[in-house]
Design a protein around this ligand. Structure first.
Ligand code: MF3
Ligand code: CO
Ligand code: CO
Length: 339
C-alpha cells in the first residue's frame, strides 16, 4: 500500500541520494560517469490498455464495505490478534496462496492480463471469497479488477487489460482474498518464457529480500529491523528498494495503520510482538527506486523504466519468529516458492 508515514522523506538515509533521477544527458546517479541515457535509463515496455467493465460478485458472498460503491471502513483494529481471528486468517491466507500459484501457471506468451484477472475472479468466487482489490477506493477511481498484474517496469497495482504477455516479460501477480471476515494477501513474480539474466537475478534477489525480511521479524525487535535486512541485501546486489509502497498490518481490515517499510527507517521503533499479523512485500528495482504514477491513479512504474520485482507474504508473529500464512497447499507449484 502507499506510504503515509509523516516525515518519512526527511530521514536522509545514506542511499536517499542514490536513485535521484538525472536528465538524459547528465551523469547517471550510480557513479559510473556515464550519461544517464547510456546507463540506467531504460525503455518503456508497458502502456495503458483496454480495460473491460467491472465483474460482479454474487450476493451469497460476504463482501467488504467497498464492494458496493462504499468506502473503506476504518477502525482501531488491535495489532495482536485473538487466536480465533488467527485461525480464520490461516484458512483464508492458504486459499489466497493457492489462487496465486494457479495464476502463476497461466503466465505464458500470448496470455492477456485480462485473462489472468478473469481466472482470479472465477477462482475467488468458487472459493466463496471476495477478491479484495475489486472496487477498492484509490486516489482517483476505485480499482476496477480482481487482481493486480504488474509487468516489467510496473512496480505494483497494474490494472489487468488486453496486453498480451511477451516472451521475456516478468509479471507480478498480487492476490488478496476476503473470506471468513479476514483478508489474505500474497504476491509473486513469474517469468514469461525465456527471461534475461538480469531479470532472473532481480527476481531471485527480491525473493531473498522477502526471506531476509521474514527472518528479521522476530518478537522483541523493532519494526525497522525488517527494512534494514531487506535494504542491506538489495543494495549489496546493486539494486534499489522502492520507498513509496510499504507492507501493512492485515486482518479484518485489508490495510491497518501499521506500516512496514522495506528500507531502514529510523522512526519505526515499535516492537514486534507475538500475535501480530502483517505483510512484507519488498519491491526491488534494477535501477532507481524512484516511482511514477500513470494517470489511472493506480499503476506505479519505476521512473527510469528499469525492471522491478516483488514478493509478498501475510505473516503471523509467533514466540520464536514469523510464520508464513500464505503458503500454498502444494509448495512445489511455483519454482521460487520454497522460501
Ligand atoms: N494487494 C496490495 C497490497 O499488497 C494492495 C492492492 S490494492 C488494490 O497491499 F486496490 F490495488 F487492489
Ligand atoms: Co499487501
Ligand atoms: Co498484495
Amino acid at each position: 500500500m502507499r506510504l503515509s508515514l509523516a516525515g518519512s522523506w526527511t530521514t536522509q538515509l545514506d542511499s536517499d541520494l542514490m536513485g535521484v533521477l538525472p536528465k538524459a544527458n547528465e551523469n547517471c546517479w550510480c557513479g559510473s560517469n556515464k550519461k544517464f541515457k547510456r546507463c540506467h535509463k531504460s525503455k518503456k515496455t508497458v502502456s495503458p490498455g483496454h480495460i473491460t467493465p467491472q465483474r460482479s460478485v454474487p450476493d451469497t458472498i460476504t463482501k467488504p464495505t467497498w464492494a458496493d460503491g462504499g468506502t473503506v471502513e476504518r477502525w482501531d483494529e488491535p495489532q495482536v490478534k485473538s487466536p480465533e481471528i488467527i485461525e480464520r486468517m490461516r484458512l483464508t491466507a492458504v486459499e489466497a496462496a493457492d489462487t496465486l500459484a494457479y495464476l502463476g501457471s497461466l503466465c505464458k506468451p500470448g496470455v492477456t492480463t485480462e485473462e489472468i484477472d478473469v481466472a482470479c475472479h472465477t477462482m475467488a468466487i468458487e472459493k466463496e471469497s471476495y477478491p479484495s482489490p475489486l472496487n477498492y477506493p484509490g486516489a482517483l477511481d476505485p480499482f476496477p479488477k480482481s487482481v493486480c498484474t504488474s509487468v516489467n517496469e510496473v512496480i505494483c497495482h497494474g490494472i489487468p487489460d488486453d496486453r498480451e504477455l511477451e516472451d521475456g516479460d516478468i509479471i507480478n501477480i498480487d492476490v488478496t482474498l476476503f473470506k471468513r471476515g479476514v483478508h489474505g494477501d500474497t504476491n509473486a513474480t513469474f517469468f514469461v518464457g525465456d527471461v534475461d539474466e538480469l531479470s532472473k537475478e532481480l527476481t531471485i534477489v527480491t525473493r531473498d529480500c522477502l526471506r531476509y525480511g521474514i527472518d528479521a521479524a522476530k518478537p522483541g525487535q523493532p519494526i525497522n529491523a525488517i527494512g534494514r535486512a531487506i535494504q542491506n541485501h538489495a543494495e549489496a546486489k546493486g539494486f534499489g528498494v522502492v520507498r513509496d509502497f510499504v507492507g501493512h498490518g492485515i486482518g479484518e481490515q485489508f490495510h491497518t495503520d501499521l506500516q512496514i517499510c522495506h528500507y531502514y527507517h529510523p522512526g519505526l521503533t515499535d516492537i514486534i510482538e507475538p500475535g501480530m499479523t502483517f505483510t512484507i512485500e519488498p519491491m526491488i528495482t534494477t535501477g532507481s527506486w524512484r516511482a511514477d504514477m500513470w494517470n489511472d491513479g493506480w499503476t506505479a512504474t519505476t521512473a527510469d523504466c528499469s525492471r522491478t520485482a516483488q514478493f509478498e507474504h501475510t505473516l503471523l508473529i509467533e514466540d520464536d519468529g514469523a510464520v508464513i500464512l500464505t503458503e500454498p497447499t502444494d509448495t512445489s507449484t511455483h519454482p521460487y516458492w520454497a522460501l
